[in-house]
Ligand binder design. Sequence first.
Ligand SMILES: Cc1ncc(COP(=O)(O)O)c(C=O)c1O
Length: 396
Amino acid sequence: MDKAIQYELHLAQRMSRLGTETAFEVLNKARALERSGKNIIHLEIGEPDFDTPANIVEAGIDALREGWTHYGPSAGLPELRQAIAEDVSRSRGVKVASDEVVVVPGGKPIIFFTILALAEAGDEVIYPNPGFPIYESMIHYAGARPVPIRLREEKDFGFDVDEMASLITDRTRLIILNSPQNPTGGVLGKQDFHDIAAAIGDRNIMVLSDEIYSRLIFEGEHYSIMSVPGFQERTILLDGFSKTYAMTGWRMGYGVMRPDLAAHITRLMTNSNSCTASFTQVAGIEAIRGDQSSVDRMRAEFQGRRDVFVAGLNRIKGFSCRMPKGAFYVFPNITKTGWKSKPLADALLEEVGVAGLSGASFGEFGEGYLRFSVANSLENLNQALDRIDAWTRKNL
Ligand SMILES: Cc1ncc(COP(=O)(O)O)c(C=O)c1O
């Protein structure tokens, strides 16, 4: 028999610049521990624990039966693009037409495509840190230079606009904003956006405004930089269905942007996914146009859990936690435990079966924090608090 040849894997150089999202790695590790018999409370992954509302599921099933099983236009079904345009026009107080909307499989592709389309070697992209790790990963991947803007706990995880202004150079192509924010739950207010807009001035810098948690706000109202006069043309608004309608597995999100850029983002869709699944999009029309009471119910539930979990964390030795104003994450400061974020997250997972994430997995300025998702039942959240408390009593 021939001797099997071992072929060395020759990866393209660019793959060394691609990062990842730790949540999925921790989830895999937690699942492996579960398979070995350990009981795990999952507070690591950022997805609602609710089922997709029944009216949306029914619309998806009907769509499958009606034959929405074929390719559709790369930019999305016209009726869905129209529904999104109307929804965004209403919620952001701007006039959006359907040719400014591109439907993609999840919010993530808008990050991927926007950075690919706008940033190249030597360009600089300012992004929040701690922040969604895909920003930094994609900026690196595109060969551009990531320029972190530090989110500050004392500012309720907002940032210092003067500091942001000082980071802008002639090479700045893109500024990424995210409110409500992952991982901190921080929310920028209307005045913050006007200050940010004033700092950008009339420079030809684009803003990627990640608003995937726009409907998960517990205090005040959501505001978008797209609503600031003069900024619609320079904003790519990212929003979607994953978090608002508990549709993470359906894979559907969208970007709203000037039509000339939309044509290029559509070309990236044609080259990668062809289109978002057609039956998913039909369900998306129902999500936007149908009954919204489930959105309010889920938000109220997250708020109740947030209150309990934050209060509980603040009773635990070495932990101190601000009350997040949005999203479904809490981001306690753990510096007083004397532990670094990653070893503490690992210890809580391995020793007491509480899966959370190290703040450092969201960037260098996330060191000193942990991220827990409150997308779990109150019963499990209370049990997680008991386990963390017991761990700190034993180890601190
Ligand atoms: C800030 C932020 N943007 C985008 C996404 C991506 O969402 P999707 O699952 O729709 O791709 C997430 C998901 O965790 C997120 O937290």
